[in-house]
Design a protein around this ligand. Sequence first.
Ligand code: HEM
Length: 484
Amino acid sequence: MTRTQGIPNQPVAFDDMQGLIRFGHGALVEAAFILCRIRDPKAAGAWLETAPVTSAETLPAPPDMALQVAFTAAGLRAMGLGADVLAYFAQPFLFGMTGEDSRSRRLGDTGTNAPENWDWDEAEAHVLILLYARKGGLAAWQDKILTPTFHAAFTPMHTFPTRPNDGFEPFGFRDGISEPKIDWQDARPPAKHGREDFSNLISPGEVVLGYRNEYDERADLSEADLRRNGSYLVMRQLAQDVPGLWTYLDKEADGDSARREELAAQMVGRRRDGTPLIQGRRDVAGSPRKNDFTYDDDVDGLRCPLGAHIRRANPRTGDQPHRGQGRLGWLLSTLGFRRRRDELPGRHDLVASTRFHRLVRRGRAYGSALTPEAALRPDAAKDARGLFFICLCADLVRQFEFVQNAWIAAPTFNGLTGEADPLLGNRQPFCGVASDGFTIQTPTGTGDRFAPLPQFVTVKGGGYFFLPGLSALRIIARHARQEV
Ligand code: HEM
C-alpha cells in the first residue's frame, strides 16, 4: 500500500470495471444467478474472451440487459492460475466463507445457520454468472448467454431465480435506500469524508481495488494485476420466515395492527415505506432524502433502538461519542478516565469509525411476495422466500466480516447485552453470551425487552467471489486457453 497523502487518484476506469459496482442494475428488474463449475477450462477461456460482460461505462442509452461474471478462488485455480498469482488475493477469499470453523463462528454461521445445513456453498463452485434484464427480457437474455458453447465450458450447479425488483425486501420493507456515495472522481481527500462528522461519501478504493481508500492509501496494481479494477463480492442466501416475523409481532402487539407496525419499525429502524425513525435533521454530504440523519441526537436510542437493524449495520455517528469534547476530553474518555453524561457504558468499545466499514449492497429478493396481512392468515403460503444478499467491497475482513461480526452478530454491540440483530440473529449464544433478546429503550431506562426472539432469517448458502475488471477477465481467459 502506498500513502496517497491527499494527492488525487486517477478517476476510476469505468470501461474496465463491471457495471454492477457502479449501477447496481436496479432498473433491470429481472435477475438470475447461476453458480457453475468449469467443465473445460479451454472452452471457458474461449467463452470468456467474447462474453458481453457489462462495463460501468455510461452509454447513450442505458442497457436493457447485463452480464456480470465472478470467480471463486477455486475457479481461478481451475482457469490455470498458479499459487503465485492467487497469493495476492485476500485470505478470506482464498479460504472461502466456509473454509474455517472460526470464520463461521465469527459470522454467526452456527446452529441452524451452520454450513452443514446449507443448500450450497462456494466450495465446489468456480464461477458465478449474474444476469439482469428489463421486465420480460430475462428468458431471452438467458438463452442468448447460456448457449451450447457456454455449456461446453461450464456445468451449472445451481440456478437462482429472483423475484422482480420492486424495491421491497420480503418482510415488506423498502430496501436499497441507504447506500454509500462513492466519490468516483476522487475529488475529495478522505480526510474530508467525515473524520469529524458523518458523511455518506467514501473513496473509490473502498469498493474497487487499485484506488485510494479511506486510509488515504492505494495498492499500486500493474496493468497485468488481476485485482485491478475488481471487487470482492459476497453472496449469502438468507431465507426469511415472513409469516414467522409477522405472527410474532402480532402476538406481541396483542393483535393491534398499529402497534405491530410500530414494533416492526423499531426492529428495522425504518417504517415499511422506508421512513427512518430518526427524521432528517440536517444535510449529510452525499445522502438523499430519507437518509440524511445521524444518531447524534438519539444517543439513548429513544427514537431508534440502539440495536435496530439499520443502526447496527451502519451506526453513522453512534460510534463517535466523544465529538465536541476536544482532544483532551477524547483522550481522557478513551483511557477510561471520563465518560460523557449521555453515554451508555461500553458504547464506543466495539465500534470504530463507520466510514471504514461501508458496504455496497446489490442483493435481490427471491420467492413470491407476501404482504404482512397475508402472512398473518393461518393458511399463509410457507413458500421459500428471502434475500440473495450481495455486497461488494475492497476488504472482506474490514468491511463485510466486520459488519456481520462486530455489529450484526455481537451481543454487546453499542453497550447492549444479550442481543444480536433483531432481524438476522440466529438466537444462539455468541461466544458464550446470550443473543436472543431485543430491547426498545425507554425514558425510564429499563426498556421494553423482548426475549426469547424467534429466528426469522436462516442462512441457506453463501460464498466469497471476485468480480474482476474487464482486462483481468481477458487475461484469465487467455491464461486458460494457453495453459491447458
Ligand atoms: C434477510 C436479510 C436482511 C433484510 C431483510 C434486511 C433488510 C434491510 C432493510 C429493510 C434496510 C433499510 C433500507 C435501507 O436503508 O436500504 C436495510 C439496510 C441495511 N442493511 Fe440489511 N437486511 C438484511 C441483511 C443484511 C445483511 C446480512 C447485512 C450486512 C452484513 C445488511 C446490511 C445493511 C446495511 C449496511 C444497511 C444500510 C444501513 C444504513 O446505512 O442506514 N443487511 N436492511
